[in-house]
Design a protein around this ligand. Sequence first.
Ligand SMILES: Nc1ncnc2c1ncn2[C@@H]1O[C@H](COP(=O)(O)OP(=O)(O)OP(=O)(O)O)[C@@H](O)[C@H]1O
Length: 359
Amino acid sequence: MTESIIELKNIDVTFHQKKRTIEAVKNVSINIDRGDVYGIVGYSGAGKSTLVRVINLLQEPTRGSIVVNGTTFFQSDEHSGQKTRISNNDLRVRRRKIGMIFQHFNLLNERTVTENVAFALQHSQLKDDEKKAKVAELLALVDLSDRAEQYPSQLSGGQKQRVAIARALANDPEILISDEATSALDPKTTNQILALLKKLNTEFGLTIVLITHEMQAVKEVANKVAVMQNGEIIERGSLLEIFAQPKQQLTREFIETATNIDKAIETISHEPLVNKLKDGEIFARLSYVGETTDEPLIAGLFRDFNVTANILYGNIEVLQDTPVGSLLVILSGDPTQLQTALSTLHDHHVDVTVIKGGN
Ligand SMILES: Nc1ncnc2c1ncn2[C@@H]1O[C@H](COP(=O)(O)OP(=O)(O)OP(=O)(O)O)[C@@H](O)[C@H]1O
């Protein structure tokens, strides 16, 4: 049984400035289940940070309701607009169960690694020696035991983020919010941090809300994805659904970047074969998920429709143990047969995007 740990309903966040009103979040409802790694993807300014800051009431919404772990943090009445919110004392206690990590780590530069992590335990009921043991245990978890007495300035970006993760975990949170936590890191370090987040999710059941402008990061760890644009969630689904059958143009763009297929299309489009397509030829992208990959579809196109497929690029990713493939192909054959072949591909759950030709 899945169980919601974060329920946001009809959230609006509107900022009023002197001359303008900014609707940063517009009527967003989102349910995050315990144990999810929920990726929220969008470009800068889409409203991602504002939305996740609503979860722990760092940002009070203009309208909507927030329930975290069964406790109502905030609710506005649909009719009267009257707002009720959790008491400050209760909120303080419950916020400790929601860890946060950020792009720029937010460490205290004058404090050692140990002191940075211990800082999060200042209100804890633990005795001093228990706090010490807890910090040591957290540093071991993020593989930084040997850096305990160093200062942030002596650490790499990845190491700083691991200190921030240890600090975020100090009060045994059930939820970790990661706000662009890998955006300032190189690809290798990014992967190490994402692997650590995945480990925290699988080994400790930590629920993670991952906000990012990089679908690549989401692809590595998330099981669910929401795409945000102009304050709204424009598309959502399981990672596989989103990668296999993106519906919105923006979602497609994110996926094309994450799978590098955008670069492949760009390069291949300049090839004479594509540049000078003959009549009856189309340049297309075929995407498929799971079992389809084992079927000899391409061979079937020739056998059943006399349509030949010249594969110019192929990429198979394994997402959540399921293969997801993309092919760039030139298909050629009799126009009617070609159309039937495309319908057949569609019937086999192969997503076909015609990039060029076929008019
Ligand atoms: N405190 C605030 N006062 C006024 N406007 C704000 C405030 N916070 C955010 N905004 C505006 O709300 C919109 C959404 O910002 P938000 O930071 O949530 O986007 P984002 O998707 O997280 O982008 P980024 O990754 O660049 O932070 C932007 O237009 C931003 O300028």
